[in-house]
Write a protein that binds this ligand. Structure first.
Ligand code: AMP
Ligand code: ZN
Length: 112
């Protein structure tokens, strides 16, 4: 999608602090970290949010979780939280599917 920030980051058109990339997904550190470790994993294909996942595009979600398991192991993270915000009330500010991975501090439940 031409006017999407995360499409541009995944394409390398906007700089990011990249951790990992393959043909399907891209991982990079959040510009405004909410924990000592805070990175995002996104599909390279534009999907607006979890609510736009369907039979035709869901394979990338399993792949992303496999990548999250691999990256967190490599970073030595034993405990972490994976979050995806959907829609305005939940706090989604970028309309391209992304999974936050947060680690390195105590976390409360329920989340605010
Ligand atoms: P959300 O609010 O759930 O849609 O998450 C969007 C996240 O993207 C926020 O945590 C932002 O800090 C982060 N973000 C926005 N712009 C950038 C950027 N250029 N590079 C890295 N992270 C970004
Ligand atoms: Zn996009």
């Amino acid at each position: 999608m031409s006017d999407c920030l995360f499409c541009k980051i995944a394409a390398g058109e906007i700089p990011s602090n990249k951790i990992y990339e393959d043909e399907l997904c891209y991982a990079f550190y959040d510009i405004d970290p909410q924990a000592p470790v805070h990175f995002l994993v996104i599909p390279k294909a534009h999907i607006q949010s979890v609510s736009a996942i369907d039979e035709g595009n869901c394979a990338v979600v399993g792949h992303i979780f496999q990548v999250i398991a691999k990256l967190t192991k490599e970073l030595g993270l034993e405990s972490y939280r994976v979050v995806s915000n959907i829609g305005e009330q939940a706090g989604q500010s970028v309309l391209h599917l992304h999974f936050h991975v947060l680690s390195g501090r105590d976390m409360t439940w329920p989340p605010g």
